[in-house]
Design a protein around this ligand. Structure first.
Ligand SMILES: *Cc1c(COP(=O)(O)O)cnc(C)c1O
Ligand code: SF4
Length: 313
């Protein structure tokens, strides 16, 4: 798995020199096999390639791209828990991901300090005493990068908190590395839990969806998960009406409804992915002309200090 960037480029017949690759990126290079298999060989503009290939432009410093753009650390009542919004709290269930997305807004988050079993217990204690929290969101990192045992142990503790009604899982694993997503114990649990179940996957381009993701998502749907998708609007990846229309259609084919199209969180190192807000709003309007309302994601931005994701259009 831990192949070098050079091996990766070689296997995709990419010209190293042309691409201005960062060979020693601060946020490590990581691509799962399934995701790599869907990258077109010899195409430096492949929309999946762009999401994972470290470029030297990640080192460009800009004042308007700080390390914690959404101020998560200001809403961090106990390590590993982010409680920003009414009625729901977000638990950072894992310090790892199966894929490293170059635009990720959590790339500078101090995971190592934040995520361990002792911290989970503190977070669960916090949720237990705050009965306004009806929904717990497992996020990360990626909660599905945990071992199935660790994930199930955590989920069962959440289920035991009476006022929690809904469990939501935010994960890119079912799309980027479906072969690693939890199945047996997780599916068995899902069939009988009292909790409402929501899964928000993360897919930015139709090419990320495969037969593997389809069969996995079908299983999750059959056991009662509401399947939603969030994507990030990314320059050179999905910033066209065609790409976004195809994404919505193909998600629907796999049983998933589009939820959020996120305006990029302006985290240090991600400036080359930014679609300016005016262009984003125009794109969204054009998308509205193409799709039925139920396939139109909400264009939103995480504005630091706001108690919700703000609509841009
Ligand atoms: C995005 C986010 C949520 C979930 O927001 P919804 O609008 O309910 O999808 C919850 N907590 C935090 C900290 C978030 O960033
Ligand atoms: S999977 Fe999600 S949390 Fe992990 S690197 Fe990608 S965007 Fe970031």
């Amino acid at each position: 798995m831990s192949q070098s960037i050079s091996q990766f480029c070689q296997s995709l017949s990419l010209d190293n020199e042309q691409l201005a690759i960062d060979r020693n990126p601060q946020f490590a290079f990581k691509v799962p096999d399934t995701f790599q298999q869907q990258i077109e060989s010899g195409n430096p503009n492949d929309p999946l390639l762009k999401q994972v290939l470290p470029l030297l432009s990640e080192r460009d410093f800009r004042d308007d791209f700080p390390e914690d753009p959404v101020a998560d650390l200001a809403y961090n009542p106990t390590p590993s828990l982010i409680h920003k919004y009414q009625g729901r709290a977000l638990l950072i269930a894992s310090p790892k991901c199966d894929i490293h997305c170059r635009y990720c807004f959590r790339r500078h988050f101090p995971y190592q300090e934040q995520v361990n079993q002792r911290h989970w217990q503190q977070a669960l204690d916090y949720i237990t005493v705050d009965d306004s929290i009806h929904e717990v969101i497992l996020s990360g990192g990626d909660p599905m990068s945990l071992s199935e045992n660790a994930l199930m142990a955590l989920i069962e503790k959440i289920e035991a908190i009476e006022h929690v009604e809904t469990l939501r899982i935010h994960s890119r694993t079912p799309i980027a590395a479906p072969e690693r997503a939890p199945q047996d114990a997780f599916i068995t649990w899902a069939k009988q839990t009292r909790l409402h179940k929501v899964m928000v996957v993360h897919c930015n381009h139709a090419n990320e969806l495969s037969e593997l993701s389809q069969s996995l998502l079908r299983q999750y749907k059959q056991v009662g998960f509401h399947l939603l998708n969030q994507s990030v609007l990314l320059k050179g990846v999905n910033d066209s009406v065609e790409a976004l229309t195809e994404l919505s259609r193909k998600l629907f084919e796999q049983g998933v409804l589009p939820y959020y199209l996120n305006q990029l969180d302006q985290v240090a190192g991600s400036a080359h992915f930014l679609v300016d807000p005016k262009t984003a709003i125009k794109l969204h309007l054009a998308l509205r002309e193409q799709l039925p309302g139920y396939l139109l994601p909400q264009l939103v931005k995480d504005i630091a200090g706001k108690p919700y994701k703000s609509a841009l259009a």
